[in-house]
Ligand binder design. Structure first.
Ligand code: KG4
Ligand code: ZN
Length: 334
C-alpha cells in the first residue's frame, strides 16, 4: 500500500513545466514557467528561442517543484516525461533532463504522449469510467478519441487541416491580437454576435472529422473585402461569428459520437477547452444527458506537467518503462 510518487516533466512547446503527482490522481506540486512573453513579439512560438528558455529554466523549475512538494529526489518513485509530439529541440531538453535524473538517482523512466497527458489531466478531477470519449482541442490537435480502457486510444475523428487552436491563433493574428490568440478571441466573442454565419465545415457529414482552414479563410476574406470597400467591421462580431462556427461543429459532432458509442463520460482536453463559449455550450448540451461531462480547470487545460504525471502513472502501473536511450519523437502517434 505504498504511495506512488511521480515526478513529471513537460517541455514540448513553450512552457517549461514540472509536477509531482501522488497515486496518479493527487497533485502535490505543479510549476509552469511560461515563455509566452518572449514569443509574443514574433506572433508565434520560435523553436530556437523555446529550446533556449527550456535550458535556462529546467533546473530552476525542478528546484521549485521539489520545494513546493517539500520533497527531495529520494521521495520520487519514477520520472515521467513528454517524449512527443512537439518541437524536437524543446522536447529534447525535457527528455534529457528526465534521463539524467533517472540515471543519477536510479529511478524508472516513463515516456508519455502529450495528448495522452491532456486527456489524463481530467483524472486529477474525476476517476475515468469506460467507455469514454475525449474531445481533444489544442494548438496542434483536434481529435475525438474513444477509450475503452486505460492507456487505449482509438481516434474516431480528427481535423483534416488546421487544429482548432491553430485556427484561433491565425484568426487572432488577422484581427491584430497578440499570441496566443485563443483567449483574446474568446473575450471579444462574449461582446459580439454571430452576424456573419460563417461556414460549418463537415457538420452534416457522417464522419467525425473536422476542418477549420476553410473557416479561417472565410474570416480572412470577409475582412479583406471590407477593408477594400473601406468598411469598418466589428471585431467583436467577427470573433463571435468565428467562435460560434467552431463551437457548433465541435459540440454537435462530439454529441453524436457520445450517442453512437454510448459512452459514460465525455472528457474535454487541450488548450481550447479553456474557451468559455465552448465550456458553456458543452454544459448546456449535456445538462440532461446521462453522459458525465468532465472539463479541467483552466490551469490544467493548457500545457502543464501535472497531466503528464497523471498519464505517466497509468503507464507505470501497466509496466511501461523507457530505457536511457529514450529519444524525443516530434511526430509520435497515440
Ligand atoms: O494545449 P495547448 O496549451 O498547447 C498545445 O498542445 O497545442 O493549446 C494551446 C492552444 C492555443 O492555440 C491557444 O490559442 C488555445 O489553446 N487557447 C484557447 C483559449 N485558451 C487557449 N483557444 C480558445 N479559447 C481560449 N480561451
Ligand atoms: Zn498541449
Amino acid at each position: 500500500n505504498k504511495e506512488e510518487i511521480i515526478l513529471a516533466i513537460e517541455t514540448s512547446c513553450d512552457e517549461t513545466a514540472m509536477a509531482i503527482v501522488k497515486n496518479g490522481r493527487e497533485l502535490v506540486a505543479n510549476v509552469v514557467a511560461s515563455q509566452i512573453e518572449s514569443h509574443k513579439r514574433f506572433g508565434g512560438v520560435v523553436p530556437e528561442i523555446a529550446s533556449r528558455h527550456h535550458i535556462e529554466q529546467i533546473t530552476v523549475v525542478l528546484d521549485e517543484t521539489l520545494a513546493e512538494a517539500n520533497m527531495t529526489m529520494d521521495d520520487i518513485d519514477a520520472i515521467a516525461v513528454t517524449e512527443g509530439p512537439g518541437l524536437v529541440g524543446a522536447l529534447l531538453i525535457g527528455v534529457t533532463a528526465a534521463k539524467s535524473l533517472a540515471f543519477a538517482h536510479q529511478k524508472p523512466l516513463i515516456g508519455v504522449h502529450h495528448i495522452a497527458g491532456h486527456i489524463y489531466a481530467n483524472r486529477l478531477l474525476q476517476e475515468f469510467s469506460f467507455p469514454l470519449l475525449s474531445l481533444v482541442v489544442s494548438g496542434g490537435h483536434t481529435e475525438l478519441i474513444l477509450m475503452k480502457d486505460h492507456g487505449q486510444f482509438e481516434v474516431i475523428g480528427e481535423t483534416r487541416d488546421d487544429a482548432a487552436g491553430e485556427a484561433y491563433d491565425k484568426v487572432a493574428k488577422t484581427l491584430g491580437l497578440p499570441y496566443p490568440g485563443g483567449p483574446y478571441i474568446d473575450k471579444l466573442a462574449q461582446q459580439g454576435k454571430d452576424t456573419f454565419h460563417f461556414t460549418r465545415a463537415l457538420l452534416n457529414e457522417e464522419s467525425y472529422d473536422f476542418s477549420f482552414s476553410g473557416l479561417k479563410t472565410a474570416v480572412m476574406n470577409t475582412m479583406h473585402n471590407a477593408k477594400q470597400k473601406g468598411e469598418q467591421l466589428s471585431s467583436e462580431d467577427i470573433a463571435a461569428s468565428f467562435q460560434q462556427s467552431v463551437i457548433d461543429v465541435l459540440v454537435e459532432k462530439t454529441f453524436r459520437a457520445t450517442r453512437e458509442y454510448k459512452v459514460k463520460q465525455l472528457i474535454v482536453a487541450g488548450g481550447v477547452s479553456a474557451n468559455k463559449g465552448l465550456r458553456k455550450r458543452l454544459e448546456e448540451k449535456f445538462a440532461n444527458e446521462e453522459v458525465e461531462l468532465v472539463i479541467p480547470p483552466l490551469h490544467l487545460c493548457t500545457d502543464n506537467a501535472a497531466m503528464i504525471g497523471a498519464a505517466g502513472s497509468i503507464a507505470f502501473q501497466q509496466g511501461h518503462r523507457a530505457e536511457l536511450d529514450l529519444n524525443a519523437n516530434p511526430g509520435l502517434s497515440l
